[in-house]
Design a protein around this ligand. Structure first.
Ligand code: ARG
Length: 465
């Protein structure tokens, strides 16, 4: 496309065409064409508002609506010639509309600027994609609940410092992940509210002299309200920063989750098995079954953090109102959406198919004196101050280490050597089952509590987006 064609849209005050490299350098159509459905949606609403206030005839409005609908069909079919000379998605569509329907097409931009147009498009894009991310999150949460229910009494070691600490139930561990995702969903829900505000009508920066009806436009587009300040509405992208921040926290959670899956599928742990469909082999080592999906999700976390930094930096020194810098918001936004959606999708498909190797988990929980705290607690029950009980159990653990036995394998006589208060019922609390069942309070690891937590969580998901 020649620069003559470009001049049709904003070239009136120029005497020379744009340098070819500058034209390509400043263009965004290569990536913002992804906004086409939202651009058409926004333009159709704008045309209806123009008709509503008498700035377009009914026939002109109808021509615009039909023209834009046909253009979107062409785009969806891949039958649209995008032109870099026309710079961005907005001017490509508008130019095509005028080609198609003539003079009515030239009236569409009345009372509007690309500045409020693009800000509206991105908010429409974000609104739709926040809903998709929320749906994938919910699917993953549902899968976690299924697995947690199955494993409400599966015993595994709980860790601190990656050292065996106390036995927990696998269901309880899974519900920890569920809780993280619940907060992630809340953050998205909150960010969706601030996203759903309509910039349209702010025009370039100062608003418009035409008697447009912004409430009507907001209603047509499903926005909660028109924006309060035109300068702010065309320039800020804080809603996108908020989304990338929420997405970064989701990825951070998925990355922690991934790290545990990678550890647990290793031969050294062997706590879980991933379905073959989520693993890949090695081209040289025939025995390998690598946990590629969690590794990749862990790796992808970095790019989402990067996009958050890009957007924060993009905004940090911009004076009011719109600046071309803002064109750089699209790629980080799109890639964040794609990355977080893909990662959640992979996890939502994978998690319900995880198999727990219960025997390996149980055996690992038996190591590392994981019931030492239970022994101390039982001594406290016999009137011994906790600090003294801690000391007594420390000595028992030392004997266990020296003789390579677990606490439950020491004899009653040996234990009584550390404290005469110890009686035969001590062996009840030294078992893994006794240890987990004893933690029977809200937020505790007892199988009964996990069952209850799953039930409560299931109810909390009902009706959620
Ligand atoms: N492609 C531009 C963007 O993404 C659209 C707005 C252009 N506005 C302007 N005044 N040059 O931000």
């Amino acid at each position: 496309m020649s620069s003559d064609e470009q001049n049709k849209l904003w070239g009136g005050r120029f005497t020379e065409g744009t340098d070819a490299f500058v034209q390509a350098f400043t263009a965004s159509v290569q990536f913002d064409k992804r906004l086409a459905p939202y651009d058409v949606q926004g333009s159709i609403a704008h045309a209806k508002v123009l008709q509503h206030v008498g700035l377009l005839t009914e026939q002109e409005c109808q021509q615009i609506v039909t023209g834009l609908t046909d253009i979107l069909d062409d785009i969806n079919r891949g039958d649209f010639a995008w032109s870099v000379a026309l710079e961005d998605v907005h001017m490509n569509i508008e130019a095509r509309l005028t080609d198609k329907i003539g003079v009515a097409g030239k009236k569409l931009h009345t009372g509007r600027s690309r500045n409020d147009q693009v800000a509206t498009d991105i908010r429409l894009f974000m609104r739709e994609h926040i809903a998709l991310v929320r749906a994938e999150l919910k699917r993953l949460q549902t899968g976690l609940l299924e697995l947690a229910e199955k494993n409400h009494d599966t015993i595994m070691p709980g860790f601190t410092h990656l050292q065996v600490a106390q036995p927990v139930t696998f269901g309880h561990h899974l519900m920890a992940w569920f809780e993280m995702l619940t907060r992630d969903a809340q953050r998205l829900e909150d960010c969706a509210k601030r996203t759903n505000i309509m910039p349209l009508g702010s025009a370039a920066l100062a608003g418009t002299s035409y008697p447009i009806d912004r409430e009507y436009a907001a209603k047509l587009l499903g926005f909660d309200a028109p924006s309060n300040n035109s300068l702010d509405a065309v320039s800020d992208r804080d809603f996108a920063i908020e989304f990338c921040s929420a997405a970064s926290i989701i990825m951070m959670h998925l990355s922690r989750f991934s790290e545990e899956i990678v550890l647990w599928t290793s031969a050294q742990y062997d706590f879980i098995q991933l379905p073959d469909a989520f693993c890949t082999g090695s081209s040289i080592m025939p025995q390998k079954k690598n946990p590629d999906v969690p590794e990749l999700v862990r790796g992808k976390t970095g790019r989402v953090y990067g996009h958050l930094m890009s957007l924060l930096t993009l905004m940090k020194s911009q004076p009011l109102a719109y600046n071309k810098d803002n064109q750089e918001d699209k790629e980080p936004i799109f890639d964040t959406v794609d990355t977080v959606l893909g990662s959640l999708r992979a996890f939502a498909d994978m998690v319900p198919n995880i198999k727990a190797n219960k025997d390996a988990m149980y055996a690992a929980a038996k190591q590392g004196f994981s019931t030492a705290t239970d022994l101390a607690d039982s001594l406290v029950g016999k009137g011994i101050p906790f600090r003294d009980a801690h000391e007594i159990v420390g000595l028992a653990v030392r004997l266990g280490v020296e003789t390579q036995r677990d606490l439950s394998e020491l004899s009653l006589e040996e234990l009584q050597g550390f404290s005469p208060e110890i009686t035969n019922d001590v062996f009840d609390v030294l078992t893994l089952e006794g240890s987990v069942s004893a933690r029977n309070h809200i937020g505790g690891t007892a199988p009964e509590q996990v069952k209850q937590a799953v039930l409560t969580a299931k109810a909390s998901l009902v009706g959620k987006a």
